[in-house]
Each structure stands twice: as structure tokens, then as C-alpha cells.
Design a protein around this ligand. Structure first.
Ligand code: DPM
Length: 358
């Protein structure tokens, strides 16, 4: 079924397809889309890429805490509608904003090399030189992430935590121009992409705060049936990042967690070993279940024949060894099952109820 695909006639009379990339209008989304467009233009100098910007419901209700809006597909729904109608062919997302099960008809055709996946502390200018350890008692830290708040409340009980919403620009403005927050917590990757690396005063290691599933990686979403586009974007896959993110997403899916649950991970690839640490927290961080498991992810060059059997937690990665992908997915599920056996479900159910009641 062909939709309203767009073609262009070039100077030499050759007709080529125009590939359209949909993006949200936020500055971060534009920067992320532009960087993927840049890579594609280098790889395919003959392809005509167009960028189509649209605003989404998520962008329009930025003042409500994300964890309160609940729906993870908030930022992605309208872009997916445009994909479905063939108005765009490619959508770039932060992987962590994509649900672990995509609606039918869509797939993640590429996961790019991960940026620094950790969270970072951005201080109010008056606190320059301080750290979460040395900030005065009862200092207010801005974050709307249940995951960040849970871990940091436990680790830094002398501090206080309050919601902060808005896109990155708005949050930095709220921090700098008011006296409401002593510091805010943001993903290092987003700050770096915006060119604000210099505002990072502290990177939080796994002992302080583990990151969100998929954090720091960009994902390219396409129509699952569009073989040409799938093949075109598949060269962007970064195999180690793909394996890490598949294990993280399988972990979250098995826990039945969405974007608003206090679930955190840490993964590493060392040689042919993939290590996954995963944890679930109560809202105050007092209850925590955490474990680490590993698996061999040997590259065997056995590439899957049918595209169907090669979808792992929404990701199509035919260019990556199928046995490694399967091992990564199984690792995430095994770790989740281990935590579920220890009572992870109760912790998450309680956290969800309390958050809904707030
Ligand atoms: C998700 C969360 C947040 C975003 C939840 C979490 C942070 C929400 C908040 C799933 N998506 O991390 O526990 O602080 O209120 C988001 C950011 C990026 C992608 C910004 C950020 C940039 C980093 C990346 C929002 N989505 O986390 O500071 O591309 O991974």
C-alpha cells in the first residue's frame, strides 16, 4: 500500500524519493533530528531529506508533571500519526521517551551510539563550587523524575525535592532567575546536545543515581513495513548500544513499567560480556530491590532471515547478530523476573498508587 510518497526530479532528469523527517518543535528535538539528518546526508549524499516540525500535546502541557500525565506516548503519538499517514518517513526520539511496546506498524530502525547516559547536577549560580554533599541542609533540588527523586532522597536525606517542569530551556531559566531551587537534575546527554555542558557541576555515578532505561541514546522510528527506509537507517545502529538498550528495555517491559515508574538501570559491555544492573524503588527510596546479571553476547554473524523474528522490544536490528540480540533480551527478562520474585511488583504498585494520589 503506497501512500502520498513524495518524489523530486533532479537536474539530470533522475527522479528520486524525498525522505521526510518529523520532529517536535522543541530545541532539543530539533538538534537531535538535525544530527541524525547530518549523518544520513553524509551516508547518502543523493537522498533528499526534508525536516517537518510539529508541536505535540506533550509540548503544549509542559507545566504538568510528566509522571502525572501518565501516558508515555504523549510526545510520540502525533509524530506516529504523521508516520502512519506517510506525511513523514523518519522520526528521531530520545530512546527513553519511547515505550517498550510500540503500537503495531512502527519499529525502531536504528539506535545510535549512546552519549553519556548519566544524570547531572546543574547548580543555581549562587551555589557554584558546591555538590549534593556540600549543599546546605534543606536545599531544594528540582526534578520531576520519580526515579531520580527516589534514589537521591535515600542517598541525600538532608536535601528536599520538588517538581520542576518545562523543556530544558524553561527549567534552566526557572533555576537561574528565581530562588526556588538550589540545583536541578537533568540528563547529561540532553545538556551536552544543547551546548550546555559547561553548566554540569557533577555527574552522578551509579552509586548516587542510576539512569533511566535507554537514557542518552537516540532512536530512529520508522514504519515497520517500509523496507527501503529500514535498510537506509539500519547503518546508523551502534551494536553495543543496541545490546545494552535491548536488555534495559526488556527489563522494563517485563516489570510492566512505564516512563513514570521509579526504575533505574546501569549497563556495560566488556569484551563479549553484557552486564545489566537494574533496580526498583519506593517513592522515598527506602525500599529498593537491585541486582546485577550478565550474559555472553558473542557476535556470530548469523543474521536473521525474516525481519519478523528480528524485532526485540520494538527494535529491528537485522545488522546485529541475532543470537546476541536474543541473549540481551533474555538478560533483561531474567533480571526482571529475579526482582519480581523478590517482590518488585508490590513496590511498583504502591509507588504508582501513591503517585496517582498526590
Ligand atoms: C523520561 C524521564 C524524563 C524524560 C523520566 C526519568 C525526565 C523527566 C523529568 C522517560 N523522559 O528520566 O526518570 O525530569 O521531569 C527527557 C530528557 C531527555 C529525554 C531530559 C532529561 C534528554 C536525554 C536523553 C525527559 N527525555 O532527562 O533531563 O535523550 O536521554
Amino acid at each position: 500500500m503506497e501512500g502520498p510518497l513524495k518524489y523530486i526530479r533532479e537536474g539530470n532528469g533522475k527522479v528520486s524519493r524525498v525522505i521526510r523527517m518529523g520532529t517536535r518543535k522543541s530545541q532539543l528535538a530539533r538538534i537531535q533530528t538535525d544530527s541524525v539528518a547530518g549523518r544520513l546526508r553524509e551516508l547518502y549524499p543523493d537522498v533528499h531529506l526534508e525536516i517537518v516540525a510539529m508541536s505535540t500535546i506533550g509540548d503544549k502541557i509542559l507545566d504538568t508533571a510528566l509522571s502525572k500525565i501518565g501516558e508515555k506516548s504523549l510526545f510520540t503519538k502525533e509524530l506516529e500519526n504523521a508516520l502512519e499517514r506517510n506525511e513523514v518517513d523518519i522520526v528521531v526520539h530520545s530512546l527513553k521517551d519511547l515505550p517498550t511496546s510500540l503500537p503495531p506498524g512502527f519499529t525502531i530502525g536504528a539506535i545510535l551510539q549512546r552519549e553519556n547516559p548519566h544524570d547531572a547536577v546543574v547548580l543555581h549560580p549562587k551555589n557554584a563550587g558546591l555538590t549534593l554533599d556540600s549543599l546546605p541542609e534543606k536545599s531544594v533540588i528540582g526534578t520531576s523524575s520519580l526515579r531520580r527523586a527516589a534514589q537521591l532522597k535515600k542517598r541525600f536525606p538532608q536535601l528536599e525535592f520538588e517538581n520542576i517542569r518545562g523543556n530544558l530551556n524553561t527549567r534552566l531559566k526557572k533555576l537561574d532567575e528565581k530562588d526556588d531551587y538550589a540545583a536541578i537534575i537533568l540528563a547529561a546527554a540532553g545538556l551536552k546536545r544543547m551546548g550546555w555542558e559547561s553548566r554540569i557541576s557533577q555527574i552522578l555515578g551509579p552509586e548516587d543515581c542510576m539512569y533511566a532505561v535507554g537514557q542518552g541514546a537516540l532512536a530512529v522510528e520508522v514504519r515497520a513495513q517500509d523496507k527501503d527506509i529500514l535498510e537506509m537507517v539500519s547503518v546508523l545502529h551502534h551494536p553495543d548500544t543496541v545490546l545494552q538498550c535491548i536488555s534495559e528495555r526488556a527489563f522494563l517491559r517485563q516489570l510492566e513499567g512505564g516512563c513514570s515508574v521509579p526504575v533505574a538501570v546501569h549497563t556495560e559491555v566488556k569484551g563479549s560480556m553484557l552486564y545489566l544492573t537494574g533496580a526498583v524503588y519506593s517513592l522515598d527510596g527506602a525500599d529498593c530491590l537491585k541486582d546485577t546479571m550478565q550474559t555472553v553476547v558473542e557476535i556470530d554473524n548469523k543474521v536473521s532471515e525474516s525481519a519478523q523474528e528480528c524485532v526485540h522490544v520494538g527494535v529491528t536490528a537485522n545488522s546485529v547478530s541475532s543470537s546476541a540480540l536474543e541473549a540481551a533480551e533474555k538478560l533483561g527478562m531474567d533480571l526482571a523476573n529475579a526482582l519480581l520474585n523478590k517482590g518488585a511488583k508490590d513496590i511498583l504498585t504502591t509507588a504508582r498508587k501513591l503517585n496517582d494520589a498526590r
